[in-house]
Design a protein around this ligand. Structure first.
Ligand SMILES: Nc1ncnc2c1ncn2[C@@H]1O[C@H](COP(=O)(O)OP(=O)(O)O)[C@@H](O)[C@H]1O
Ligand SMILES: [Mg+2]
Length: 366
């Protein structure tokens, strides 16, 4: 079978290159009831070939962040500020936040350079077209190949994602496939254009554990073969431990902590990250201990707490401070930042440089 991605040669020089740099993005929904600040200042940076996991409880703005990058936020949602710098294949950097969401430019990037897979494959697969015709269309949209050639590539794709008898399955409709096979078909379509960036929004949440493990292996294999970057959204820290290079923990529309996977798991700083980690079962724990659960629930964005948005649920709450001061991003160690007032003074000398918009300055040109 022909490998679909063979750009390893130019990866060497670009290993450290930032592919995606999201800076202080705010995406709000202007509803009749009021403004929902679904994403309210998120920062993340993803290097070529790496996997960045975005983690947080349901409702914290993970999907809206992903949709903001692809510019598929449904109305009345709008990106109100921030930048989404993306390094294109031709080497130029483009701020996706400035593009017309219906324009040619973003449509070329969507599917051509960035693909997305969703939690529920039925929502993105067409019920009236065969799996094969959808892959062939994706291939022909971005590669100048004949229909026959595209069909051959489509068979390879289905084979690559582990669909048995790919030649026959090409003519199947999505409703004829099992959940796991449907997910694989969606991945095949997403990868057909050889994206530089794959955004996976809880792609395995609805699947059984065996299928989930297979899909994660599959994404990893494809990534190793192609040097593709993956932005993986999940609320499952077990998955994060398995696949992440870097982690961004989100709470109420913001990055509250970010760092490499070891720092996040072995040296978590934010009380929210610590609480999330304590709430997962551990296989290595000898004593059976009671699982911790974070007190309270994520407040509705209409009722955004003052000061640090996590303070009503925080075990380390400092009265008079945490409910009044909105914590800025602060560098704890190289590559590890946190928004928490517990660290406000101790590391004052190491503050993340902030620009006038209150965001960290990140250089796309490294
Ligand atoms: N179309 C919409 N209109 C109004 N509010 C929305 C819309 N989509 C999402 N939201 C709100 O934005 C917040 C973040 O949602 P989402 O990004 O889907 O969370 P997550 O993916 O982390 O579970 C939630 O409070 C949700 O209710
Ligand atoms: Mg979601």
């Amino acid at each position: 079978m022909q490998p679909i991605h063979t750009r390893l040669d130019d990866n060497d020089a670009q290993d450290d290159e930032v592919l995606l740099d999201v800076k202080d993005v705010k995406t709000h929904f202007f509803t009749d009831e009021g403004v929902v600040k679904a994403v309210d200042g998120v920062n993340l940076s993803l290097k070529r070939g790496q996997t960045l996991c975005v983690v947080g409880e349901s409702g914290c703005g993970k999907s809206v962040t992903a949709r903001s990058i692809l510019r598929i936020v449904p109305p009345p949602g709008e990106i109100v500020s921030g930048a989404i710098n993306f390094r294109q294949r031709d080497g130029g950097t483009i701020d996706l936040a400035t593009l017309n969401p219906k324009g040619r430019e973003i449509r070329r990037i969507r599917g051509g350079e960035i693909s997305m897979i969703f939690q529920e494959p039925m929502s993105s697969l067409s019920p009236v077209h065969t799996i094969g015709s959808q892959i062939i269309e994706a291939i022909q949209l971005h590669l100048p190949v004949s229909k026959g050639e595209a069909r051959k590539q489509a068979v390879s794709m289905l084979d690559l994602v582990g669909i048995p008898r790919p030649g026959e399955q090409l003519d199947a409709y999505s409703f004829e496939l099992s959940g796991g096979m449907r997910q694989r078909a969606m991945i095949a379509i997403a990868l057909a254009c050889e994206p530089q960036l794959l955004i996976a929004d809880e792609p395995t949440t609805a699947l059984d554990v065996t299928t989930q493990a297979n899909i994660l292996d599959l994404i990893r294999d494809l990534q190793q073969a192609s040097g593709m970057s993956v932005l993986f959204i999940t609320h499952d820290l077990g998955v994060v431990a398995e696949i992440a290079d870097e982690v961004v923990v989100m709470y109420l529309g913001r990055d509250v902590e970010s760092g490499d996977v070891d720092s996040i798991f072995h040296d978590p700083k934010h009380p929210y990250t610590r609480a999330l980690l304590q709430s997962i079962p551990r296989y290595d724990s000898r004593q059976s201990r009671k699982l911790y659960s974070i007190k309270g629930t994520v407040p509705h964005p209409f009722d955004r707490p003052s000061g640090c948005p996590f303070h009503p649920r925080c075990d380390d709450f400092i009265a008079g401070t945490c409910n009044t001061i909105d914590p800025a991003r602060q560098l704890i160690s190289p590559g590890h930042s946190v928004r928490c007032l517990l660290y406000a003074d101790a590391n004052a000398g190491e503050q993340v440089p902030v620009n006038s918009a209150g965001t960290q300055d990140m250089d796309m040109s490294n």
